[in-house]
Design a binder for this molecule. Structure first.
Ligand code: NAP
Length: 250
């Protein structure tokens, strides 16, 4: 497993109650960082905090709510005295054709997957600027490269927007020594993709297109996120990097 020393640093991981976010929170904890575990669900967030061994705290907030994000950031700063890294991981994937998609589903994709990253980056960016630096990693998707996926218009639009926001944020925040990158997973085995694994024909089709011939697991995402937050990545900003077994080669 990739190892890096992030002791003394404080990270916020959003949507860390399960799936990729939980694995990322564990990776940071293993690396010595203090982990602020966010989720909209207190039970799952508390379960994640329970498996971490260093300092951590549970911060229940809906990241699509601007005021809630600002309140959460204020609380993390009050509790730990700094915020060095933010991992924008919380996400939703409403599935419907454009003709059938409700306003509510469309707005939830845009608000949770895209606007939340703006809210956290603004709130954390102000703190990091004062501190003299930081790192932000946005968990986008291979869908963020404008790759259409059936019945995911809101998701694809939000993730493409997130890649665009990552670059804009990286450009602006470079002046404050804050690096901003995106990680773009392929299909990872989590609750979000359970529907896919239940559909044998669809699964076979996906696997056919993955050179490594397997789906990813949450732990496959962790090493890159840690690396991007480490000093080893000090000259790396504004990138959107695929972790997908080779499915998309740009
Ligand atoms: P997941 O298993 O569905 O977990 C997502 C977590 O985010 C859940 O704990 C969920 O809480 C939380 N969440 C949802 N809305 C939230 C909100 N408004 N505020 C705070 N927390 C919220 O998903 P995952 O597969 O781990 O995905 C994590 C990220 O990776 C997402 O951004 C996703 O788009 C991205 N991604 C995943 C894949 C994949 O194949 N799995 C591929 C590419 C990109 P609840 O349990 O309460 O809903």
């Amino acid at each position: 497993m990739f190892s890096v020393n992030l002791s003394g640093r404080v990270v916020l991981v959003t949507g860390a109650g399960r799936g990729i976010g939980r694995a990322i929170a564990q990776g940071f904890s293993d690396s010595g960082a203090t982990v602020a575990v966010n989720d909209v669900d207190r039970t799952t967030a508390t379960m994640t905090a329970g498996i971490l061994h260093g300092d951590s705290g549970v911060y229940v907030a809906d990241v699509s709510d601007s005021a809630a994000v600002q309140g959460m950031m204020n609380k993390i700063l009050a509790d730990f005295g700094r915020v060095d890294m933010v991992i924008n991981n919380a996400g939703v994937e409403p599935r419907a054709s454009i003709l059938d998609m409700s306003d509510e589903d469309w707005n939830s994709a845009i608000n949770v997957n895209l606007s939340a990253a703006f809210y956290t980056s603004r709130a954390a960016g102000r703190i990091m600027k004062e501190q003299g630096g930081g790192a932000i990693v946005n968990i986008a998707s291979i869908a963020g490269h404008n790759i259409p996926i059936a019945l995911r218009s809101g998701y694809v639009a939000s993730k493409a927007g997130l890649v665009g926001f990552t670059r804009e944020c990286a450009r602006e925040f470079a002046a404050y020594n804050i690096r901003v990158n995106a990680v773009c997973p392929g299909v990872i085995e989590t609750e979000m993709t359970a529907y896919l694994r239940e559909n044998t024909a669809q699964m076979a089709k996906w696997l056919e297109d993955i050179p490594q011939k397997r789906l990813g697991i949450p732990e496959d995402i962790v090493g890159l996120v840690l690396f991007l937050c480490s000093d080893a990545a000090r000259y790396l900003t504004g990138q959107a990097i695929n972790v997908d077994g080779g499915k998309v080669m740009l």
